[in-house]
Design a protein around this ligand. Structure first.
Ligand code: C2O
Ligand code: CU
Length: 494
């Protein structure tokens, strides 16, 4: 009885320093065995925690940077602090700020801009990074401690550079001890405005970012609890960019006017139609852009997120009564009009399973009832291996008893089906997908962004509990180590 238990305890232990490439086992998704993992089917068992040795001609993650040298179109410095601070609505929070506030500054750029952000860590003792959630940046700009860079220690700085290629709503957050730092406020929003406005859509004149976050139970929109009003004239077309920076799905709804969802996760919805009385379930990490017209009778458009936190958009003194949470959810599987995909998912080069479950066992020597991936526990989990250019299908299923917002870095995937029912609406592109208990999604994407990418649950506590896998490209080597110290900061991405 005790001997096998002792074995499982021992086998579950993670060394103080390791390469994520040394975790688990290579999964080639039924495609050819490529890259340094070829011939190393069972992961760290045969090549150790440093991962397979790089092969001649490999590119290091550290070299997969954005453009260097040329002058940026937008340059921003963000200074991270660990401190007590006041929310815009006055309540005190013990957490983290960027340039003195949380959320940090809203960054607005134009599509095509070369963006340069300098992260200065004033005094975050564990170190910090910035991850550009939903922006498919080059790998070395992705901001994951121990995977794409070392954590920036207190007193240090790091420069991120990338071209904002896709218009849309995004956010940024620390990816070092993220379950604590993001919760505590180390995040902000990023809007990429389109180079050219879509000509057939009504012109939006008021554009608002409404990031939802709860600071130890205080529910906020754009950093404020309670009901806030933003100015817009009667008849004006407004866009509200709803961003869920929390750990769980956000139940939100719009009242006062019909509305449409024009973009999801920074990708346009084709031919969105006006709806009323529909619940918008925004996955943790996800973004919905909503458009509506301010009524002409002096009332306001209203966004509710529950817990008496709401945003009104309308003329001075405009009112909009609280409305009940709608019973019916807007279903993106059928919303909008279909359009051709830029690739053929039927011609997939690799097919992966990402099966989330839960079972008793040990994770890093700790006994518990843990999240499992394809039946195994962290760190004995699949390393999804692809070659550049592959068309990839992934079946994500959840039988774990809880909801998981799944987030693949560096890529957008299109939803093909849910529980066997094919998607018939607008192509539904996601970087953050809510997978409820009992659900199965089929998604597809093109492996067009070489690197080593996290693919994890964005309930950041779940990630810290081991619901983390990686997508690795053949020909890319990993120089960073989880657990490696720079100053007082040891890389700890989750
Ligand atoms: Cu929002 Cu792995 O990140
Ligand atoms: Cu989860």
């Amino acid at each position: 009885m005790l001997a096998p238990l002792g074995y499982f305890w021992q086998a579950s232990r993670v060394p103080a320093q390791y390469s994520v490439m040394g975790m688990g086992y290579a999964d080639f998704g039924g495609g050819p065995a490529v890259g340094s993992h070829a011939g190393h089917g069972e992961g760290h068992a045969d090549h150790g925690w440093d991962g397979p040795p790089p092969q001649p001609g490999d590119t290091s993650v550290a070299d997969l940077t954005g453009p260097r040298g040329s002058a940026p179109d937008v340059a921003v410095t963000l200074t991270a602090r660990r401190q007590r601070f006041d929310l815009a609505s006055g309540e005190q929070v013990d957490g983290y700020t960027l340039n003195g506030s949380s959320p940090g500054p809203e960054i607005r750029v134009r599509q095509g801009d070369l963006v340069e952000v300098t992260l200065v860590n004033k005094d975050v003792p564990d170190g910090a990074t910035l991850h550009w959630h939903g922006v498919d940046v080059p790998n070395a700009e992705d901001g994951v401690a121990g995977v794409t860079q070392d954590a920036v220690p207190a007193g240090g700085r790091h420069v991120y550079r990338f071209v904002a290629e896709d218009a849309g709503t995004y956010w940024y957050h620390s990816h070092q001890v993220s379950h604590e730092q993001v919760k505590g406020g180390l995040f902000g929003t990023l809007v990429v405005e389109p180079a050219e406005a879509a000509s057939d859509a009504p012109t939006v004149t008021t554009d608002i970012v409404a990031a939802f976050h709860s600071y130890s139970g205080k529910r906020t929109l754009a950093g404020r609890t309670g009901v806030q009003t933003l100015p817009a004239d009667a008849g004006e077309r407004v866009r509200i960019r709803v961003v869920n920076t929390d750990d769980g799905p956000l139940r939100s709804w719009v009242s006062g006017s019909p509305f449409r969802v024009t973009a999801v996760d920074g990708r346009y919805v084709q031919s969105p139609t006006d709806v009323r009385d529909r619940l918008l379930l925004v996955p943790a990490g996800g973004r919905f852009d909503v458009e509506a017209t301010v009524p002409r009778d002096g009332s306001a458009v209203r966004l509710d997120v529950g817990g008496r936190t709401a945003m009104l958009v309308g003329p001075d003194g405009a009112r909009a009564a609280a409305s009940k949470e709608p019973k019916k959810q807007l279903d993106l599987l059928t919303y909008g009009a279909p359009a051709a995909l830029p690739f053929d998912p039927e011609q997939a080069d690799r097919r992966f399973d990402f099966r989330i479950g839960r079972r008793p066992g040990f994770v890093d020597g700790r006994p518990g009832f843990w999240w499992s991936i394809n039946g195994k526990l962290f760190p004995d989990i699949p390393m999804f291996i692809v070659a550049e250019g592959d068309v990839v299908r992934m079946t994500i299923s959840n039988g774990s008893g809880d909801v998981h917002p799944m987030h693949l870095h560096g890529h957008h995937a299109v939803v093909l089906s849910r529980d066997g029912v094919e998607a018939t609406g607008s192509p539904w592109w996601v970087d953050s997908l809510n997978v409820e208990d009992g659900e199965t999604f089929e998604v597809a994407f093109v492996a067009d962004n070489p690197g080593v990418w996290m693919d994890h649950c964005h309930n950041l506590d779940h990630a810290a509990e081991g619901l983390v896998a990686h997508l690795a490209y053949a020909g890319v080597s990993e120089p960073y180590r989880v657990g490696h110290h720079v100053g007082d900061a040891a890389n700890e991405p989750e």
